[in-house]
Design a protein around this ligand. Structure first.
Ligand code: NDP
Length: 445
């Protein structure tokens, strides 16, 4: 497929120092070959893939703030507005020391296809900062968020760009960001951010959405392939928002989650992870997993990484990008894993993904499997526009319907293009087609 190769080469030349972005683009482009083959002349003439791989806009800005000792600190802020063809840019903000333009661009690029898959009218964007929230006081977090928003507010709005949370950005940070936006605009634009608190326009079930959605989709993948989640052992990595609610829903669907992790160590709990204790440690005390281990006799704590050494039926990487390597995939296959579904964004390396697929493992990529978070963010925007709110059950059942539909669409797209069971291809193709058609309809933009 020459056109795809030409575009990939251009993207490599334009972004030599952006490995995560190149990885994300390569994964998408190589699965689009059968679609591009059917429309090559049109796509080439329209430079469609070139346009799709360059963000509409990337904003990089300085974020100065004052720490508790009275010293000025400075971080870099980013907002990449990748593609607005099907709706306002939509995607989270990540606060983590590893954040750079490559990471924000890869996340923004993935978000375009993910948002398209939800069936809701949302374009793709992503943002964040290399600010590290760990160990900071509430006042320092507020100072940082206020400074960050003092630039970001110029570029966002309920019909323009709607950020949300991601790694390091939860309810507390969204609250500080919303407060500053409201002050600067002197207007109550409830729909400018999602993941808000319930007292000021947040949606019930948004906190649970990504983890719950991941399990709804995993259930669909299992059941349509002759398996069930009931009674299965599940390995989960991470212990943040996505991991906690994936663990909770895994229990509710009759499976047994036995692991979780953070960046310093991991837990193996053969009796199953105690969700209430995990929430107390991570959400209330904002503490480390050593505290979970100390409070739970059945739990074994290990330093470093190692979740994927545990024998399991289902693996759910829910921490961060590139956390499941080829050696991990080999261990999982040797242990008899049935399905790997990505709660995090791009947690599986390209080599590991290929190995899992070649060895008959059901593999569902993040852009489909973790789309429940942004889907409920879309429902939050909807409720904000109506100035009305739905019950937990209403939102949860809409979420479940969206995930069931995503499974149907990615399965159908894979089948239509001769790649049955390849959910990576199915997700990329189904997500791509809607955005491609919208871009072509809107002319040279
Ligand atoms: P949180 O900040 O709530 O939790 C992140 C978890 O991953 C923590 O346990 C953290 O450990 C761990 N982690 C982060 N970075 C690293 C690293 N470099 N190495 C090892 N562990 C790490 O984030 P979320 O749960 O919200 O996000 C997790 C993933 O899910 C991300 O990839 C995110 O993009 C994706 N996602 C999130 C959505 C959401 O709605 N929140 C929606 C869709 C995708 P530690 O505390 O030690 O840093």
């Amino acid at each position: 497929m020459r056109y795809i190769e030409e575009v990939m080469n251009k993207v490599k030349t334009q972004n030599p120092d952006q490995p995560e972005f190149l990885q994300a683009v390569q994964e998408v482009l190589e699965t689009l070959a059968p679609v591009v083959e059917r429309n090559e002349a049109l796509y080439r003439k329209q430079a469609l893939l070139e346009r799709m791989t360059i963000p509409e806009r990337a904003i990089v800005f300085r974020v100065p703030w004052v720490d508790d000792a009275g010293n000025v600190q400075v971080n870099t802020g980013y907002r990449v507005q990748f593609n607005g063809a099907i709706g306002p840019y939509k995607g989270g903000l990540r606060f983590h020391p590893s954040v750079n333009l490559s990471i924000i661009k890869f996340l923004g690029f993935e978000q375009v296809f993910k948002n398209s898959l939800t069936g809701l009218p949302m374009g793709g964007g992503k943002g964040g900062s290399d600010f590290d929230p760990k160990g900071k006081s509430d006042r320092e977090i507020m100072a940082f968020c206020q400074s960050f928003m003092s630039e970001l507010y110029k570029h966002i709005g309920p019909d323009t760009d709607v950020p949300a949370g991601d790694i390091g950005v939860g309810g507390r940070e969204i609250g500080f960001l919303f407060g500053q936006y409201r002050r600067l605009r002197n207007a109550y634009h409830a729909g400018v951010l999602t993941g808000k608190g319930l007292t000021y326009g947040g949606s019930l079930a948004r906190t649970q959405a990504t983890g719950y959605g991941l399990l709804y989709l995993t259930r669909e993948v299992m059941e349509h392939n002759g398996h069930t989640l009931k009674g299965k052992t599940v390995a989960v990595s991470g212990s943040g928002n996505v991991a906690i609610y994936a663990i909770e829903k895994a229990w509710q669907l009759g499976a047994k989650p036995v692991t979780c992790s953070d960046s310093t160590g991991w837990i193996y709990d053969p009796e199953g992870i105690d969700v209430a204790l995990l929430k107390q440690v991570k959400e209330v005390d904002r503490a480390r997993l050593t505290q979970y281990a100390a409070a739970r006799p059945s739990a074994q704590y290990h330093q470093g990484r190692g979740v994927w050494t545990v024998k399991c039926d289902v693996a759910l990487p829910c921490a961060t990008q590139n956390e499941l390597h080829l050696e991990d995939a080999q261990l999982l296959v040797a242990g008899g894993v049935t399905a790997v579904c990505e709660g995090a964004n791009m947690p599986t390396t390209l080599e590991a993904t290929r190995y899992l697929q070649e060895h008959g493992v059901l593999f569902c990529p993040g852009k489909a499997a973790n789309a429940g978070g942004v889907a409920v963010s879309g429902l939050e925007m909807c409720q904000n526009s109506m100035r009305y709110s739905w019950s937990f059950e209403e939102v949860d059942s809409k979420l479940e319907g969206i995930m069931v539909n995503i499974y149907k669409n990615i399965d159908a797209a894979a089948k239509e293009y001769g790649m049955e069971g390849n959910y990576v291809a199915g997700a990329n193709i189904a997500g791509f087609l809607k955005v491609a058609d919208a871009m072509l309809a809107q002319g040279v933009i």
